[in-house]
Design a protein around this ligand. Structure first.
Ligand code: DGT
Ligand code: CA
Ligand code: CA
Ligand code: ZN
Length: 607
C-alpha cells in the first residue's frame, strides 16, 4: 500500500470520530499520523516490517502501530468500518468537499439527517445553511459550488490515462497468449486518441489469416472470458465481448479478420464526430464506409479496408493521427496538406520538473539523474518546492543555496546527463515569488506555480498569474491551471490574457505530464501555440518511477496540435537554455553580490 492510501484511511477515521463526538485528543492522534505519512519519504510498508522503526515515528505508539499493521494487512481499518455502519458512507464524500470540515458535516447530519452531497446541495440552494452557527452566506455559496463540482467530477466512471494503460497492457498480453489464432491486439477508442480520461477501453483483436472462421473467433472469445481480471460479463456476441474488470473499468473487445483491420480500427478509434464526417465524405465520393471496409455504393466492391492509411488515401486525405480525430479542423487540414508534424516522445531531450528527498520526492538527486539518463534524457532540472509549501518540506533561501551546491556535486558523479539547478517556486497569494531575487538569480531554471489560495475570484487570480509571469525571474509556469483530473477543478482566470502575457514576456508554459494533471490541457496548448507561447513538457516526478510519464504529456501536446518547434525541451541543452526567458543575472538591488559560482562552473564542465 502507498503511504497516501494508509493516510487516507487514518484521516477518514479521524473525521468520522470527530463527527461521532470523540474527544479531540483521540481523533487528532489519527489525523497527526495521517499528516506524517504524507510528508515522510520512507514507505510505510517498509517501515512496518520492523516494529521498532514504526514506533520511532512521532505520534506512533503501541496501539497506533497495531492499527497501521492492520491497515497494511487488510487494506482497511476495523474502527473506520465500524463507524461507517453508524453513519452513511456518503459522509466521506461530504468530507472530501473542501469547504466542509467534520464540524460542519456533523452539524448538518445531526440537524437535518442529511449525509449526501446531493442533499447538502439542496439545502444550500434553499438557503437553509446560511443561518446555522458558523456558516453564513459566503460559506453557503462555497458549499454549493463545491457540491456541484463534486458531482461534475465524480459523476462518471472515467479513469486516468495511466490506469487505462496498465489495464490495457495486462489484458492485451493475456489475449495475445492465444497466439495460434490471434494476430494483433490493438487499443482503440478514446484511449488511442489519448484523451485525458477514458470512459471504457476498446480493444481490437485481429485473427490470423486462415483462423478467422466463427469457431476460431468463439475459441478466442472463450479464452478472453477466462481472464482472471474480469468481474462481470456484460455481453458476448458473435464478434464482440464486453466485460467489467475488477477495477470497475469496462472493456469492449471486437474480434475480426485482418482484411477489415484498418476499417475497424478507424471506426472504433472514433471520435464519433470524426467518423460521421468521414462517412459523409465517402458518400459524396460514391462509396460507403463502415467498420468492415470502404466499398462502392453500387455493387459493394471493396475499395480499401486493410489499413487506415489506404482508407484516408482513397478519401483524398493525408493520414490523420488518432490524437487529432476530434473534429476540430483536422479534416480540412488533411485535405489541404496543412496537418501539423506532431511532436514525438523520441524528440524530447529534457525534463524540467522533478522533486527529490529535499522536499516531497522519494529519491535522491543522483537516483533521479541516473533514472532519467536511462530513459535517454540529455538534461533534467531538479526542482524541489520552496518554503511556502511547508507540508512538502519546501526549501527556504539557505537550503536552496545548499541544494544548488548538491546538484552541482551530483553532476560530478552522474556523467552523461546535464543537471540543471532549478526550483519549483511558489507563487504567493499576491503574485510574488516565494524566494528572494538573489537566490532566484543563481538558479538555472525557475519554475513558478500556485499551490495555495486556489479558489480566488477570477479577476484576482488573473492578476496574481500576470504578476508571476511579469516577474523577471519566472521562466516556466508549472501546471498552470492547477486542476487534478477527476478531483479538482482548474483555477478560474482569463486564459487568453495569461497566454498573451506569457508570449510577450517569453515565459514558457508547462504541459505537465503527470497523468492526474495533464496541465495545460490540449485545447489550451493549442491556444498557446497560436500565440507563439513556448511550451515545456515536464513530468513533475516525485519518484524515479514517474519519469516515464513523459509520454502522457507528449500525447496531450499532440492533441494540442504541437510540433517539435513548439516544445522547447526538444532542443539540445544549450539551445534550450537560450530559448528560456533570460532572467536578471543577479538581484538588481544587490548586483554582483551573490553571483555564485557553483552553478556556473557546472555549466562549463558538462557542456
Ligand atoms: P469514451 O469511451 O467515453 O472515453 O470514448 P470513446 O470515444 O472511446 O467512445 P466509445 O467507447 O463509446 O466508442 C468507441 C468508438 O467506437 C468511438 O470513438 C466511435 C465508435 N462508435 C461507437 N459507437 C458508435 C456509433 O454508434 N456510431 C459511430 N459512428 N461510431 C461509434
Ligand atoms: Ca471507449
Ligand atoms: Ca466502448
Ligand atoms: Zn507543483
Amino acid at each position: 500500500m502507498e503511504n497516501r492510501e494508509v493516510a487516507r484511511i487514518l484521516r477518514e477515521t479521524a473525521q468520522l470520530l470527530e463527527i461521532d463526538g470523540a474527544i479531540i485528543g483521540r481523533y487528532r492522534s489519527y489525523e497527526k499520523v495521517a499528516e506524517l505519512l504524507y510528508s515522510i519519504h520512507e514507505r510505510i510498508e517498509d517501515l512496518a516490517k520492523d516494529p521498532k522503526k514504526l514506533k520511532e515515528l512521532p505520534g506512533v505508539g503501541d496501539s497506533m502501530a497495531e492499527h497501521i499493521q492492520e491497515i497494511l494487512k487488510t487494506g482497511d481499518y476495523s474502527l473506520r468500518q465500524k463507524l461507517l455502519k453508524k453513519y452513511p458512507t456518503t459522509l466521506l464524500d461530504l468530507l472530501s468537499l473542501q469547504s466542509l470540515g467534520p464540524k460542519k458535516v456533523a452539524f448538518i447530519w445531526s440537524h437535518f439527517k442529511v449525509g449526501t452531497v446531493e442533499g447538502v446541495e439542496k439545502l444550500a440552494e434553499e438557503g437553509k445553511l446560511r443561518d446555522l452557527p458558523g456558516f453564513g452566506e459566503k460559506s453557503e455559496q462555497n458549499i454549493l459550488k463545491a457540491a456541484r463540482q463534486f458531482k461534475n467530477l465524480s459523476g462518471s466512471n472515467r479513469v486516468l490515462l495511466n490506469t487505462a494503460e496498465e489495464e490495457a497492457q495486462k489484458f492485451c498480453a493475456y489475449i495475445s497468449k492465444e497466439s495460434e489464432r490471434v494476430e494483433h491486439v490493438t487499443t482503440a477508442g478514446s484511449f488511442r486518441r489519448g484523451r485525458e480520461t477514458v470512459g471504457d477501453l476498446d480493444l481490437l483483436v485481429t485473427m490470423r489469416p486462415g483462423h478467422d472462421k466463427q469457431k476460431d473467433i468463439d475459441a478466442v472469445a472463450a479464452h478472453i472470458l477466462k481472464y482472471p481480471g474480469i468481474d462481470q460479463t456484460l455481453a458476448h456476441g458473435e464478434n464482440k465481448v464486453s466485460v467489467i474488470l475488477g477495477s470497475g473499468l469496462q472493456v469492449d473487445v471486437r474480434l475480426l479478420g485482418e482484411k477489415s483491420f484498418g476499417a475497424a480500427l478507424m471506426y472504433f478509434t472514433g471520435s464519433k464526430a470524426h467518423n460521421v464526417a468521414l462517412r459523409g465524405r465517402a458518400l459524396d465520393m460514391g462509396w460507403t464506409l463502415n467498420e468492415y471496409a470502404l466499398t462502392t455504393l453500387k455493387g459493394g466492391r471493396t475499395v480499401a479496408g486493410k489499413t487506415e492509411e489506404e482508407i484516408y488515401a482513397k478519401l483524398k486525405l493525408a493520414y490523420i493521427e488518432p490524437e487529432l480525430r476530434e473534429m476540430t479542423g483536422e479534416i480540412e487540414a488533411a485535405e489541404s496538406g496543412a496537418l501539423p508534424q506532431l511532436v514525438t516522445l523520441a524528440e524530447i531531450r529534457g525534463d524540467l520538473q522533478m522533486h527529490t528527498t529535499a522536499s516531497d520526492g522519494r529519491n535522491s538527486i543522483e537516483e533521479m539523474a541516473t533514472a532519467a539518463r536511462e530513459l535517454g534524457r540529455e538534461y533534467i532540472a531538479i526542482t524541489d518546492h520552496s518554503q511556502a509549501l511547508a507540508m512538502a518540506n519546501g526549501l527556504d533561501e539557505k537550503r536552496t543555496i545548499e541544494h544548488i551546491a548538491r546538484i552541482c556535486a551530483a553532476q560530478e558523479r552522474v556523467p552523461g546527463i546535464r543537471l540543471l539547478a532549478g526550483m519549483e517556486v511558489d507563487i504567493k497569494k499576491n503574485g510574488a515569488l516565494d524566494l528572494a531575487d538573489d537566490v532566484l538569480a543563481q538558479l538555472d531554471v525557475v519554475v513558478s506555480s500556485i499551490h495555495s489560495y486556489m479558489n480566488l475570484e477570477r479577476a484576482e487570480m488573473t492578476d496574481r498569474m500576470l504578476a508571476a509571469i511579469e516577474n523577471p525571474y519566472t521562466q516556466i509556469i508549472a501546471h498552470p491551471t492547477g486542476r487534478l483530473l477527476l478531483r479538482r477543478e482548474p483555477f478560474e482566470y482569463d486564459m487568453e490574457r495569461i497566454l498573451d502575457a506569457a508570449a510577450k514576456a517569453g515565459v514558457a508554459m508547462e504541459c505537465n505530464a503527470y497523468p492526474d494533471r495533464l496541465d495545460l490541457r490540449d485545447v489550451h496548448l493549442r491556444m498557446a501555440k497560436h500565440r507563439g507561447v513556448k511550451v515545456v513538457i515536464s513530468t513533475d516526478s516525485h519518484s524515479t518511477t514517474h519519469l516515464k510519464f513523459m509520454k502522457y504529456g507528449v500525447i496531450t501536446a499532440r492533441r494540442g496540435w504541437l510540433e517539435k518547434k513548439d516544445v522547447i525541451n526538444t532542443l539540445p541543452v544549450d539551445q534550450f537554455l537560450a530559448a528560456l526567458r533570460q532572467k536578471p543575472k543577479a538581484a538588481p538591488t544587490r548586483a554582483g553580490a551573490t553571483a555564485s559560482s557553483s552553478a556556473k562552473s557546472a555549466k562549463r564542465k558538462s557542456a
